[in-house]
Design a protein around this ligand. Structure first.
Ligand code: FEO
Length: 404
């Protein structure tokens, strides 16, 4: 990939990671890869590199920078966020840019030393309102704690109406193209939604507050250049409005999302029969419903669907007095993500002894989901009465959704 001009004097110098398929351990599937975006900002007097890249892509970043400038002419490196996908290349960059001074938030200073050791870097910590003058371009710093780490901050260049918010407004989407008008919008928004659901959902209130703060600051921008994925230059308001919606529990305008997401695992098909009966009854009632066997679906994809659903229904057989462990990772993730304003229902089957349904209800409640008081638990194989009870559960959920 070649460097790409984002604004006069501002170039994308990052790297495309076509083949990464897992992010943050195995918690986030990146079916479409990702990018690590870094930006070279050349002012009339000084030059700054905003963010770096994941360590394996250091040579790509260095090559991009060398195609534009002698590295010893870089005066500043802005670290908007300490996570390694944006700082992995920092030690090499600091070695190659001997006069560069690092600008970062106060919360980033110590973690940077803990990540890389105290290498004697010249570090300046900044807060909201502080600026860095480059000559004809001024970088304004805006702290953005918990979007998504305590150290996170945004950089903004008013002369270029350019916002560089690091992880916020990003997507894990590898592409030969850099801008929103050059890629399929439905794919772009879907990846942006998955990113929001899996990374920013616990911080809904902070997202809404930060966007309000930026609006009240009177910041004018026409381009949002995040640290992952595609740069929003044609309609940056599209992603701002989506964040306002997602943080308020509203689905993406124009997207027909599932209203109910059913997730289950099954041992000998009893729980699956129950899941299918609930799904069928909901669809008969006119609900849009998606059904997932957890053993066959990546759970970060399910979280993306839960973001815009109104209700979740979980089902499991009982094994060793508990739900199947295959559901635990998703439920643990939901406890951390705490999706707001969703209804829930539970069901399951058991042989000698139950336990899964009660545990599912308790896990969903811990995730902040308002679970229907009574679930359905059947013994061995569901008979016609059990299937009727599943259909009744679907009707009770539908009624609760209508009166919500
Ligand atoms: Fe929080 Fe893209 O790292």
């Amino acid at each position: 990939m070649a460097v790409v001009e984002v604004k006069p004097g501002v170039h994308w110098v990052g790297a495309v990671d076509w083949n990464v398929r897992q992010f943050h351990g195995a918690t986030y599937s990146t079916h479409r890869g990702t990018t690590y975006n870094a930006y070279l900002v050349e002012g009339e007097k000084y030059t700054a590199l905003v963010d770096t890249v994941h360590a394996p892509f250091t040579d790509v970043l260095v090559g991009h920078l060398e195609s534009l400038i002698d590295l010893d002419k870089i005066d500043y490196v802005v670290v908007n966020h300490v996570e390694m996908d944006h700082t992995g290349a920092l030690p090499k960059i600091m070695e190659l840019c001997p006069k560069a001074r690092i600008y970062c938030s106060r919360r980033a200073e110590e973690p940077l030393k803990q990540h890389f050791g105290d290498l004697g870097w010249d570090m300046t910590t900044v807060k909201t309102g502080d600026t860095l003058e480059l000559g004809g371009k001024t970088i304004h710093f805006i702290e953005a704690p918990m979007l998504h780490w305590p150290d996170s901050m945004f950089s903004f260049i008013p002369e270029d109406k350019l916002l560089m918010p690091n992880d916020a407004f990003g997507q894990h989407l590898a592409s030969s193209q850099r801008f929103d008008d050059e890629v399929d919008n439905a794919i772009l928004m879907d990846e942006a939604a998955k990113y929001y659901a899996n990374i920013l959902l616990p911080f809904n209130a902070l997202v809404a507050r930060k966007i309000k703060e930026i609006v009240e600051m009177g910041i004018e921008f026409d381009t949002i250049a995040p640290a992952h994925g595609i740069i929003w230059r044609t309609n940056p308001n599209q992603i701002i409005e989506a964040y306002v919606n997602w943080s308020g529990g509203v689905e993406t305008p124009g997207r027909i999302s599932p209203e109910v997401v059913i997730v289950f695992d099954t041992m000998w098909n009893s729980t699956e029969l129950m899941a299918e009966a609930i799904c069928d009854e909901l669809s008969v009632l006119g609900c849009r419903v998606n059904l997932y066997n957890i053993g066959k679906t990546d759970y970060s994809d399910i979280i993306r669907e839960i973001l815009e659903a109104k209700a979740v229904v979980f089902g499991s057989p009982t094994m060793n007095n508990a739900m199947l462990p295959s559901l635990s990772s998703l439920l643990d993730a939901l406890k951390g993500l705490k999706p707001q304003g969703k209804l829930g229902a539970v069901f399951g089957s058991h042989g000698w002894r139950g336990g899964a349904v009660k545990q599912l209800a308790s896990s969903l409640a811990e995730a902040g989901i308002d679970v229907l008081e009574t679930g359905v638990e059947v013994t061995w194989v569901p008979d016609s009465e059990d299937i009727a009870a599943c259909r009744d559960l679907a009707r009770r959920l539908d009624e609760a959704l209508k009166t919500k």
